[in-house]
Design a protein around this ligand. Structure first.
Ligand code: SAM
Length: 292
């Protein structure tokens, strides 16, 4: 048995804690996995790390040694009490008892970055799986001043987030992730690395935030609306999906757009590159703005 298993069991007993399933509490107990997460996060003393859901603080302890500052955001007040007990001697530790989805991360980062010692902000977390997608979308869509996002998530979700746009594993979210970042799979983590064991295999992924989006489009909102609606009815052709959702005003109009772009009439959403979606979006934008 390694020290982290002993430590986790000790903390659970000492504070009389049972993992709360509805908060996605699965505590990491594998030292090798923690070392790998720390190493692929590339941390130094100029980094601000935001850890979402620190739990008992197993990963936090290592983050505090490597980073300039660590801000933890934890919803469960019982965990917050434990973390305050454990880390009150660290002057680079801060904890917020809050729901990450309701936290103003942009303000948090800009406040910390006003300290000249802090040059980069990074997310490093073993995420609560029940809200993986809303957390990732918040981190990306709010255009936070982040360098990277290194997170442990469910493998199935990792496959979708890191798929190549235009390949069979992709969904609407693949294009969003690709638009904002360069995604890499780091390694798979078996369920035996946690207490209690989750029912799924996990995977650590890293999203390296792009300085500018993967494609330049005239109207970002329209671009993402088209992608979302294209994938809503996966089995349908793009022409049918976009006509049904009234993004194409008629089938004839949609056929004209696809012809102009040299795309086959029976093309499906998952066959399109991000540039193809960009071109559809820009053509529609020009049409809408010429006729209005
Ligand atoms: N980081 C710890 C570890 O690796 O052992 C715990 C990870 S556990 C998978 C997820 C953590 O997220 C739990 O501590 C849970 O209480 C916390 N959490 C759940 N929902 C949250 C939310 N909306 N905002 C912030 N933290 C949340």
């Amino acid at each position: 048995m390694n020290n982290i298993i002993e430590e986790t069991k000790f903390l659970l007993k000492k504070y009389n804690i049972k993992a709360n399933k509805s908060l996605g509490q699965n505590f990491l107990i594998n030292e090798d996995v923690i070392s790998e997460i720390i190493s692929c996060s590339n941390l130094n003393k100029n980094d601000l790390v935001i850890e979402i859901g620190p739990g008992l603080g197993t990963l936090t302890k290592f983050l505090l040694e490597k980073a300039g500052k660590v801000i933890c955001i934890e919803l469960d007040h019982k965990m917050v009490d434990i973390l305050n007990d454990r880390f009150y001697l660290y002057d680079n530790f801060k904890i917020l008892n809050a729901d990450v989805l309701k936290t103003d991360l942009s303000r948090l980062i800009s406040e910390e970055k006003s300290n000249p010692n802090i040059k980069n902000a990074k997310i490093v977390s073993n995420l609560p799986y029940y809200i993986t997608t809303p957390i990732i979308m918040k981190l990306l869509e709010e255009k936070l001043d982040l360098e990277s996002i290194t997170v442990m998530i469910q493998k199935e979700v990792a496959d979708r987030l890191t798929a190549i746009p235009g390949s069979k594993d992709c969904g609407a979210i693949t294009y969003s992730v690709y638009y904002y970042s360069i995604a890499e799979k780091i390694f798979e983590v078996p369920s035996s690395s946690f207490i209690p064991e989750p029912e799924v295999v996990s995977e650590v992924i890293k999203l390296n935030i792009r300085k500018s989006p993967a494609v330049s489009v005239k109207d970002e909102k329209l671009f993402f609306k088209i992608i979302k609606n294209s994938f809503m009815q996966r089995r349908k052709t793009l022409l049918n999906s976009l006509t049904n959702s009234q993004i194409f005003s008629s089938k004839e109009y949609g056929t004209k757009i696809l012809n102009m772009l040299g795309l086959p009439i029976n093309v499906r959403a998952e066959n399109l590159s991000i540039e193809d979606f960009g071109r559809i979006s820009d053509l529609l934008y020009l049409d809408l703005n010429e006729t209005s």
